[in-house]
Ligand binder design. Structure first.
Ligand code: NAP
Length: 241
């Protein structure tokens, strides 16, 4: 049994740790981050070249099953994996950490809608945590932004007035509270990433009565099997025999 783990998340690393070396796994990273946290076991890095490239790679590498543990917003990779596995008729599972309950957040469908909401609500000091690729929707915004991302966004995408903080979670409640206060933040913009590593900002925003604009997750491809925890994914692999 040879399993491809599509990674780039803490869940993918935990699953690799759970399976390796009993199961023959290979983890795959997109290669966007210069110093990625590496999973245990064999790792390959870089895109496959679309659905066709992935299909070829799965065949050449004699992969028997795929667990897609990419980030819930990595929708292109997830769609490609679903299509390639369906074409090759190999078992395929999505491991997606449970979404956050949106609570009182203003839920929007895209980064562009989030930017429109910031403008419509006249928020002026925004904590923007939608990641490097989410920044471009805010380029023309008049608000001031505290932008936190793992790697620097394209400078051309940055809004006129901003401060950039490059860091990687996990984040703690006290630190998030202090950050919101220090920068006099009046709105938080986040993706519904889910999980414990980055949720403290939501609790801190709630404590300070700061409104939250939350980008909803893209839907999973129709018909794919999905689980929410690393243990469930490990059980699924074990059952493949
Ligand atoms: P994406 O938009 O869904 O994928 C774009 C392209 O990147 C894919 O078509 C594929 O290229 C390549 N790719 C993505 N994930 C890959 C992987 N694990 N292994 C090999 N190639 C991969 O992906 P994304 O949102 O840019 O995310 C890229 C990586 O960062 C993923 O591994 C994801 O788990 C991680 N990540 C994403 C976010 C987020 O908010 N999106 C947050 C944290 C971590 P080809 O078409 O050439 O195969």
């Amino acid at each position: 049994m040879r399993v491809l783990l599509l990674g780039g998340t803490s869940e993918a690393r935990a699953l690799a740790k759970n399976l390796h070396p009993q199961v023959d796994i290979v983890s795959s990273l997109a290669g966007r981050v210069p110093d990625p946290a590496l999973p245990v076991g064999p790792v390959r890095v870089g895109g496959f070249g679309g659905v066709d490239g992935l299909t070829r790679w799965l065949r050449d590498e004699r992969i028997d099953a795929v667990v897609d543990a990419t980030h819930p917003f990595a929708a292109t990779m997830t769609a490609h994996a679903a299509e390639a596995c369906s074409e090759l008729r190999i078992p395929h599972l999505v491991l997606a950490r449970p979404a956050w309950a949106p609570g009182d957040a203003i839920v929007v469908a895209s980064d562009v809608e989030a930017a429109e909401t910031v403008a419509a609500q006249a928020y002026s000091r925004v904590f923007l945590t939608t990641g490097r690729s989410g920044v471009h929707a805010f380029t023309d915004s008049d608000a001031w932004f505290l932008i936190r991302a793992v790697t620097a966004p394209d400078p051309a995408a940055l809004p006129r007035r901003h401060q950039l903080v490059l860091s990687r979670g996990p984040y703690r409640y006290d630190g998030e509270l202090a950050l919101l206060r220090e920068h006099r933040i009046d709105a938080l913009v986040t993706k519904n990433s889910g999980g414990a590593m980055t949720r403290a900002k939501l609790d801190a925003a709630a404590a300070l009565d700061i409104p939250v604009v939350m980008v909803a997750r893209p839907p999973l491809p129709a018909g794919v099997a999905a689980v929410g925890t690393v243990d469930e994914a490990a059980d699924w692999v074990a059952r493949l025999g």
